[in-house]
Design a protein around this ligand. Structure first.
Ligand code: GLU
Length: 328
């Protein structure tokens, strides 16, 4: 699926899609306020910031509080204070997702008008039973509810509120990621018709993020490599909705022992604990920059001070193993 980096390309070339090449980059921080940031979140925000600022661009802050149950007001405050403390300043926002239903609904209705959306009555258990795990944890939706007729839909709606899926076509979406190199996915084979609205009425992440990135004028998306496999779905939606494609760059994940992914539940990698351990934000930023190859040493540094040495070509494309780099 993934090629190695392509030789002779600079990040600048790879990160700016042709339609946006002349304008300054607009990057974004898009935290979900479901916990305190961890080292991996800081790393990807730092690369997003350096990518934008090293080319005279700007940063938008968007709080991704689409999931109303898991998002907490205290984390919305924390994340903003954390960015400020770390010297990761944004130029625009914060924008929020909780008040954007109208915009998501407009995109959803546009797709529905074109007959690209259908109700899905499958339960989680149905989905697991019907689909062999593919590419790690990603399930490929086998199209179970695509062929239901109107009568079957009405009957099933009486006992279960459906989710809504987007019909994908049998085509390969391919792009060159700024860090991971060429990546492609055949949506029909590797993903299947995907959710654009949940059964509780909430719009799905893929739809919301595409609508927001377009409306907020984002031209550079830098985020964790765990979202690489979502990018073809987002690009497909952008094409259907007549929206431009931002340039994408997916940074490697940071892992703890035994390749365990860091998550917001990892208290030892949470920002408050890290700040306490490192003493001050410059030491923490400098350490993250050093162990990830963003800077030649782990000397304390504010993001501003890393602009001179920032060279995206030195970024690793695979996991940054915290055990191997003397993190603790
Ligand atoms: N809100 C997501 C997160 O915090 C990031 C989504 C994105 O960058 O598209 O993991």
């Amino acid at each position: 699926m993934m090629d190695n980096r392509e030789e002779g390309f600079s990040m600048q070339d790879r990160c700016v899609s042709p339609e946006h090449a002349a304008a300054p980059l607009k990057g974004r921080f898009a935290p979900s306020p479901t916990g305190r940031m961890h080292a991996g979140n800081v790393f990807s925000a730092l690369v997003a910031w350096l990518t934008a600022k090293s080319t005279g661009g700007t940063i938008v802050l968007r709080i991704e509080d689409l999931d109303k149950e898991r998002s907490k007001a205290c984390f919305i405050d924390d994340v903003q204070r954390d960015f400020e403390k770390l010297g990761l300043y944004w130029d625009e926002g914060p924008y929020f997702q909780h008040d954007r239903d109208e915009a998501y609904a407009a995109a959803f209705e546009e797709l529905r008008r074109r007959d690209l959306i259908y109700p899905c009555f499958c339960t989680r258990a149905d989905l697991h039973a019907a689909s062999a795990p593919h590419h790690g944890e990603k399930l490929v939706y086998p199209g179970t509810c695509r062929g239901l007729d109107e009568e079957q839909r009405v009957t099933r709606s009486a006992s279960r509120t459906p989710a809504q899926r987007l019909v994908v076509s049998d085509e390969t979406v391919s792009f060159v990621d700024g860090i991971q190199g060429r990546y492609e996915q055949n949506l029909a084979r590797d993903c299947g018709d995907f959710l654009v609205r949940r059964s509780d009425g909430a719009f799905a992440y893929q739809l919301a993020v595409v609508v927001d990135d377009a409306e907020q004028g984002v031209t550079s998306v830098v985020r964790g490599v765990d979202l690489l496999c979502s990018t073809p779905q987002q690009m497909y939606l952008q094409s259907l909705l007549g929206l431009g494609h931002p340039a994408y760059a997916h940074v490697p994940l940071m892992v703890a022992e035994h390749d365990r992914r860091l998550s917001k539940r990892d208290k030892d990698a949470a920002l408050d604990v890290l700040l306490e351990r490192f003493g001050d934000p410059r030491s923490l930023i400098g350490h993250i920059a050093g162990i990830t190859g963003l800077a030649p040493t782990c000397e304390p540094a504010a993001p501003e001070e890393l602009l001179d040495v920032f060279d995206p070509a030195t970024l690793p494309s695979t996991l940054v193993d915290l055990e191997q780099v003397d993190w603790r």
